[in-house]
Design a protein around this ligand. Structure first.
Ligand SMILES: [Zn+2]
Length: 200
């Protein structure tokens, strides 16, 4: 436990040196001029799937939401607390990002919970949350296939947001369906023409 805490303390020092010191401080620049990310990513909380690390980005590059199983919920106008929808609204309507990446991944614990259904460990929030992407799947589908199906469902949910639909119509936004394979570190992107995932 000490070892991993020491690691983050060391990491913090390196971050300060690289991004927040001297005349060329990226953080100072971003503070003075504000953030203008062009890319928004919806990623899973999974510790192995950090978009900024996988895509080797700097501060200011990515506007990121991470939630269990990288889910976009449908557009719902009620008094509930829609954290992911609020982030989408901020990124797309106010920061005006040009690209929205839905980043699914292999070995997803959230998807696993969904597939285990009633047999899964009792929880307060996870099962209800992942039920958003509960889809009819054929029996041969494994959790990784299902993760791709869930990305498709999230994509369809994106289209229920009127301001996302509008941006797509006006060619001001592109939505990318991606799948990250943890073991090989490869990303595959869904190709509409081929109706399959192809490596980036
Ligand atoms: Zn996951």
């Amino acid at each position: 436990m000490e070892k991993s805490f020491n690691k983050i303390m060391h990491g913090y020092q390196q971050f300060r040196k690289k991004y927040a010191q001297g005349d060329q401080s990226i953080m100072e620049y971003l503070s003075d001029y504000g953030q203008q990310p062009q890319v928004m990513v919806i990623a899973c909380c999974d510790s192995r799937v950090d978009p900024a690390l996988i895509l080797q980005c700097d501060p200011g590059d990515l506007f990121v939401v991470r939630n269990v199983a990288n889910i976009v919920p449908p557009f719902e106008q009620d008094d509930m607390h829609h954290g992911t929808s609020a982030a989408l609204e901020f990124g797309i309507r106010f920061l005006k990002v040009k690209h929205l990446v839905l980043l699914g991944h292999s070995q997803c614990g959230g998807i696993q919970t969904l597939l285990e259904g009633k047999h899964s460990i009792k929880n307060d929030f996870i099962s209800n949350w992942v039920s958003i992407v509960d889809e009819q799947a054929d029996n041969k589908m494994n959790a990784d296939d299902y993760a791709k199906l869930a990305v498709k469902k999230s994509y369809e949910n994106c289209l229920t947001f009127p301001w996302i639909e509008e941006k797509l119509q006006q060619n001001e936004l592109a939505i990318h369906q991606w799948y990250f394979d943890i073991k090989t570190g490869r990303i595959f992107a869904y190709s509409e023409n081929k109706n399959e995932y192809v490596e980036l």
